[in-house]
Design a protein around this ligand. Structure first.
Ligand SMILES: Nc1nc2c(ncn2[C@@H]2O[C@H](COP(=O)(O)OP(=O)(O)O)[C@@H](O)[C@H]2O)c(=O)[nH]1
Ligand SMILES: [Mg+2]
Length: 407
């Protein structure tokens, strides 16, 4: 997956592809590959129209593998599963919301496949939580308490520095700035969850959250879909982040890439242009010094943990963690996963599950799909393009999103 380009080749590539990869000389440049012109509002509008048009087209199951081989067995007890688990980080108090999540998740997917749930918590799960959750599904369940070393704020975080940082984040409108638990959660999902002992044996996971909904009947095994196609990451929604929560994530990443031989981790077929796109929100790129803030919305992920366990991702995460900025800034797991994927993975291995109807406040992925229940969606007052997926989100939407997340 790594590459080493000789300098003449890399100069050539820089000109045409917007990247330059040499030891201690890694640079990326947005090259506007489709040569778009216009104001950022007009480009956003053009994208929005194209996106609406795309979403209005009928979408069915993926066609790049023999999907008939991925159908559920008539008896879920005798189904040969992939090496995968459903994960959810959840508090005891969220039993009501996880029940809501599981009711549509079971109905649309897991009652047919019975993948094991792994519930994860920073505290011990109560007997009441366990008893209730077991009544929501026939699938096996594991209940995991996260070791403190993988969850709690490291001792190296300086209190005074953090205090000042929190004031700055608050002034910049970064929500949850003063909640240690939120920072713990972002750090845990960025770099530690796949290392908890109970997840070591698994390769694939599907992340679900309390209070989300699934709308489409999924009649094929999504894990085997990744396995058969060699893909490593699946998403449904793609959005901009609050740039003030990650002002130095990109520059720290560039420092990492330009140290020692770390250049070798960059995949020449990475999604660099997506990471750098500045046509719609140059304001974001300005704050971050280059990164568009486009990210896969990580409350939904179907992915391969071996990607995070790779030398490239783990070494990079270790570096990020050493800066303390999961606490001095509010680096989220969504931009961290996304930058990692954009740099270290071949972009052809990233999959948009366009056919999966999904909702997490305030965004939807709403497929025009024969197996999506229209009555469910109508009940949610679905209103594209605001509640829709894809990376094409208008400036207006960004305001809506930051208003909602700071309320
Ligand atoms: N056990 C536990 N779960 C948490 C904690 N903080 C967040 N979570 C879970 O982490 C996930 C993301 O948190 P959420 O509040 O939904 O973040 P948001 O979607 O970014 O607003 C959810 O599944 C939460 O239940 C925590 O302190 N303890
Ligand atoms: Mg959430």
């Amino acid at each position: 997956m790594s590459l080493c380009l000789c300098s003449s080749v890399s100069r050539f590539r820089k000109k045409y592809t917007g990247f330059h990869i040499e030891p201690q000389n890694v640079r990326f440049k947005y090259i506007n590959p489709k040569n778009k012109v216009g104001t950022f509002e007009s480009i956003a509008e053009e994208h929005e129209n194209r996106f609406k048009e795309l979403l209005s087209q009928k979408i069915n199951e993926p066609k790049d593998t023999d999907i008939e081989k991925l159908r559920p067995a008539s008896d879920p007890d005798n189904y040969e599963r992939a090496n995968a688990t459903i994960i959810s980080l959840v508090r005891n108090s969220e039993i009501g919301d996880i029940e809501k999540t599981m009711s549509t998740f079971e109905e649309k997917f897991n009652k047919k496949f019975r993948y094991t749930y792994t519930f994860i918590n920073d505290e011990e799960f109560s007997q009441e939580f366990k008893d209730k959750v077991k009544s929501f599904s026939l699938a096996p369940m594991n209940f995991v308490t996260i070791p403190n070393s993988l969850w709690r704020k490291p001792d190296s975080i300086d209190e005074e520095t953090q205090k000042k940082a929190i004031e700055k984040m608050k002034a910049d409108g970064v929500s949850y700035a003063d909640m240690d638990s939120y920072h713990n959660m972002c750090r845990f999902y960025s770099g530690n969850f796949y290392n908890i002992p109970e997840l070591q044996k698994y390769k694939y996971y599907w992340r679900i959250e309390p209070g989300v909904k699934f709308y489409s009947d999924i009649n094929y095994d999504v894990f085997k879909y990744l396995e058969n196609t060699g893909k490593i990451y699946g998403f449904v929604v793609n959005a901009y982040d609050i740039a003030a929560s990650i002002p130095t994530l990109w520059t720290e990443t560039m420092k990492f890439l330009n140290t020692g031989n770390n250049y070798k981790y960059v995949n020449e077929n990475g999604a660099f242009q997506w990471l750098l796109n500045d046509l719609q929100h140059p304001d974001n790129n300005e704050v971050t010094n280059g990164y568009s803030t486009c990210h896969f919305w990580s409350n939904f992920e179907i992915a391969d943990m071996d990607f995070y366990r790779s030398e490239a991702y783990s070494k990079w995460f270790k570096y990020l963690d050493s800066t303390g900025k999961f606490y001095y800034e509010r680096w989220g797991d969504a931009p961290v996963h996304s930058i990692g994927l954009g740099l270290f993975a071949d972009k052809s291995k990233i999959h948009w599950f366009r056919d999966i109807g999904y909702y997490h406040n305030p965004f939807f992925n709403c497929p025009n799909h024969p197996k999506t229940s229209e009555s469910n969606l109508a009940a949610e007052k679905f209103s594209p393009p605001i509640f829709s997926s894809g990376q094409i989100i208008s400036p207006r939407l960004r305001n809506v999103k930051s208003k909602i997340s700071s309320s």
